[in-house]
Design a protein around this ligand. Structure first.
Ligand code: ATP
Length: 396
């Protein structure tokens, strides 16, 4: 059993807080993903959990035990790094066995003959052999136990690194972007293996990534970070459906959610450019005010001809990605509010199933399905809800 509790954890490097007053409760057996862009503090938070970095203030508890004052070896957590950190001169078997040898380490293990004999003795003991071979079977490494890391592919090396963490049978697995050195296809395969591993081995997993697809597919819950602060902490589906602010809305989902400048009218309609649409039931009752309307690319439909309830625009780019086409459109009569890098002004993205026949330059009409739409304050800082704001899962 290992639940993790972070209470007001802060890490400052000089005057800058890399992690700023983070509090999270992670249940036993959870797969927590720390997600965010480069430099948001997710690795620093993981390193504090592992004990590789001291907290500046706050506390970390593993079950009922306070651990932030303990050395890494006393925390019962196994760390898997992005760079596999395998010993090149050791076989796969010895690499996986290594943590078990270290458990029984004596100073004279350093002596060449005596040390070699003692290490082999541990490696060949029935209990250790059995555990290492069972682990190798789980990770499909049985055939490779006598090979050296340099003869393995990136994916196989990462599996050895996972094996080395598994034989320790820790309460908590900590993983820092373990798949980022792998190519796209292998990443997908390893992603599935780690999900399976979590299911089979149990234990609490904390996994750092900047890849929102990894976060959405692997996490039981996600803590989405920005500038050292948790923007939202919740289940993937909750974060996708009910983003706490415009930043979260744009970070989760590919292509990102479109944000349109809008105004909620007193009569329960929302005005976007020349278009007035009735607010869907989940947004009914929000007071009249300016707002940002968030609509996913799949909730927009394109037509060549004008109908009443459409905006107008012109196709800028069509990307065919197999099952669907992603169409970028410059709006003629409404404004966007995307503030992130790389987003062109007043351009939205529409996802259409199949192979679109549209071409750059085509004039189009855009219909909005607001059933799953969300509304934000005009500065994007918070989601507007008809319910009390306290029901939002904002941890920041
Ligand atoms: P990445 O995905 O690029 O690894 P990250 O979200 O894991 O990013 P961190 O590595 O935790 O981010 O870094 C957070 C901030 O703290 C960054 O601005 C980084 O430059 C700074 N930082 C991290 N370690 C140190 C250190 N030892 N000394 C000074 N600043 C540091």
């Amino acid at each position: 059993m290992a639940s993790i509790k972070l209470a007001h954890v802060t890490k400052a490097f000089g005057a800058k807080a890399a992690v700023n007053d983070i509090s999270l409760d992670v249940s036993d057996g959870e797969f927590l993903v720390l997600l965010g862009p480069s430099g948001c503090g997710k690795s620093t938070l993981l390193r504090m959990l592992a004990g590789l970095e001291k907290v500046s203030s706050g506390e970390i508890h593993l079950d009922q035990r306070r651990v932030d004052t303990l050395p890494p070896s006393a925390r019962d957590m196994a760390f898997v790094f992005q760079s596999y950190a395998l010993y090149p001169h050791m076989t796969v078997r010895r690499n996986i066995t290594f943590p078990l040898i270290m458990r029984q380490f004596r100073w004279w293990f350093h002596l060449p003959l005596l040390g070699g004999w003692a290490k082999r003795r541990i490696e060949r003991s029935p209990a250790v052999r059995d555990l290492v071979e069972r682990t190798a079977r789980t990770l499909a490494l049985t055939e490779m136990l006598d090979r050296h890391p340099r003869t393995l592919s990136g994916g196989q090396r990462q599996r050895v690194a996972l094996g080395r963490a598994m034989v320790r049978q820790p309460e908590v697995f900590l993983m820092d972007e373990p798949l980022s050195n792998l190519d796209a296809k292998l990443r997908t395969a390893m992603r599935a293996e780690i999900i399976k591993l979590h299911r089979e081995v149990g234990g609490t997993f904390v996994y750092v990534t900047h890849d929102q697809i990894e976060a959405m597919t692997m996490g039981t819950r996600i803590a989405l970070m920005r500038d050292g602060v948790v923007q939202q902490f919740g289940a993937p589906r909750e974060i996708y459906a009910n983003p706490a602010n415009a930043y979260v809305a744009r970070f989760i989902g590919t292509p990102p959610m479109n944000l349109l400048e809008a105004r909620i009218a007193p009569d329960g309609m929302v005005q976007v450019g020349p278009l007035a649409l009735p607010l869907p039931v989940q947004l009914a009752g929000i007071a009249a005010q300016p707002a940002l309307l968030g609509v996913r690319p799949s909730a927009l439909t394109l037509a060549r001809h004008a109908t009443d309830a459409t905006l107008s625009g012109q196709v800028v780019l069509v990307e065919h990605i197999g099952a669907e086409s992603i169409i970028s459109i410059k709006l003629a009569d409404a404004r966007t509010a995307h503030r992130d890098e790389g987003a062109a002004p007043d351009e939205i993205m529409v996802a259409e199933p199949g192979y679109s026949a549209l071409r750059a330059g085509d004039p189009v009409r855009i219909g909005l399905d607001l059933r799953d739409a969300v509304l934000f304050a005009p500065d994007g800082s918070q989601r507007l809800t008809a319910r009390p704001a306290a029901s939002l899962a904002v941890a920041a």
